[in-house]
Unconditional design. Structure first.
Length: 352
């Protein structure tokens, strides 16, 4: 099984995030990806390959040009004017600010505009953010092309993650939506249907927003109930899509401490809905922050539970692209990712 990897992810190296008004060490740091890589390197079934550059066009097909331009240019300008090496927004655009008025316009200056394009304070900009984020997209697209060329599965070790980035705004450690960009690329270039299956603890709000009114991309998410879990304002089970997309958005929200058996059972149920949709490819947004010891989540899956999840998705018999999202227990992240994707590595041997 091919694993697409780049060490450019290391350029995204913030030291802190702001949580409930307090600066804390960031959870989304380079050793997440390094630990996964080291674990997979111990298994000869995984073949590491480099990325292919795809330019801005696939990103522009999903994200606002202004957002892309901002991420490309903001750090040098803010750094030049402030001398700081890491930035979070001061004020963020809220729907109530201009209620009853015309739409807001981006303010002048990168520092002031930060809160126009970013919706929270845990997603800082550093010198390498744009480079790492562009590379993460290329990892996803390169892995997708492995499958379009005939591979039954591939894994993109994406970092930074992507599923919280919406069409016009970024946040949640995410800058560009890797899974959404790959899904749109596959659907638009092949004329086929695609399913994005998000199994991160945190709802993939950005992916949902991007495809909410589309009938060619099905979005399925299993996550902590937003009544108590980030991103708080989106991910409820009655959010089923709109317009042509009605019925193609499926949210499964878990209560606290959900364990392996419950999770695997509900995953098997949504896999039946995926099979009925009939996609040409399943793109998995893989988060292992559903682990029992994850520091920012409250589900209770085990490493063996992840193996069972991978087996359930593999049984769909649909080409599967797996892209990394969350997971913040550094000691366990490597073996948990390995457990989830191992059934697909085994399937390569069986099908050859």
């Amino acid at each position: 099984m091919d694993v697409v990897w780049t060490d450019l992810h290391r350029r995204q190296n913030p030291k802190m995030e702001i949580n409930l008004g307090q600066p804390i060490p960031t959870y989304e740091r380079p050793d997440r990806a390094e630990t996964i890589r080291q674990q997979l390197e111990t298994d000869e079934r995984f073949n590491f390959v480099g990325l292919t550059e795809h330019g801005r066009s696939p990103i522009e097909a999903v994200h606002a040009l202004g957002l892309i331009d901002y991420l490309e240019s903001a750090w040098p300008e803010i750094h030049r004017t402030t001398g700081r090496h890491e930035f979070a927004p001061e004020a963020m655009l809220h729907v109530g600010l201009r209620e009853g008025m015309s739409a807001a316009r981006p303010p002048e200056g990168a520092a002031a505009a930060f809160g126009y394009w970013c919706y929270e304070t845990a997603t800082p900009l550093v010198e390498g953010t744009y480079i790492a984020s562009r590379a993460s997209v290329d990892v996803a697209l390169t892995a997708a092309e492995k499958i379009l060329a005939g591979a039954p599965s591939a894994y993109g070790l994406c970092r930074p993650p992507g599923h919280h980035a919406a069409a016009n705004v970024f946040g949640g450690f995410c800058y560009f939506n890797n899974a959404a960009i790959a899904a749109h690329h596959v659907a638009s270039t092949t004329g086929t249907k695609v399913t994005v299956l998000d199994v991160d603890y945190h709802h993939g709000n950005g992916t949902q927003q991007i495809f909410y009114e589309r009938d060619d991309v099905q979005f399925v998410s299993l996550h902590g109930d937003p009544k108590r879990a980030y991103p708080w304002f989106i991910g409820h089970e009655d959010e089923v899509g709109a317009g042509k997309g009605r019925g193609y958005n499926i949210n499964v929200a878990f209560g606290p401490e959900a364990e392996d058996d419950e999770y695997v059972t509900r995953l098997a149920g949504v896999c039946e809905q995926i099979a009925a949709f009939g996609p040409s490819m399943v793109i998995v947004s893989l988060g292992v922050d559903t682990y029992w010891n994850d520091p920012i989540s409250d589900l209770a899956l085990t490493t063996d539970g992840y193996r069972r999840c991978g087996e359930v998705v593999k049984q769909l018999g649909i080409p599967t692209l797996i892209l990394q999202e969350g997971g913040y227990d550094i000691e366990a992240i490597g073996r948990n990712v390995h457990a989830w994707i191992s059934p697909f590595a085994s399937s390569v041997l069986q099908w050859q």
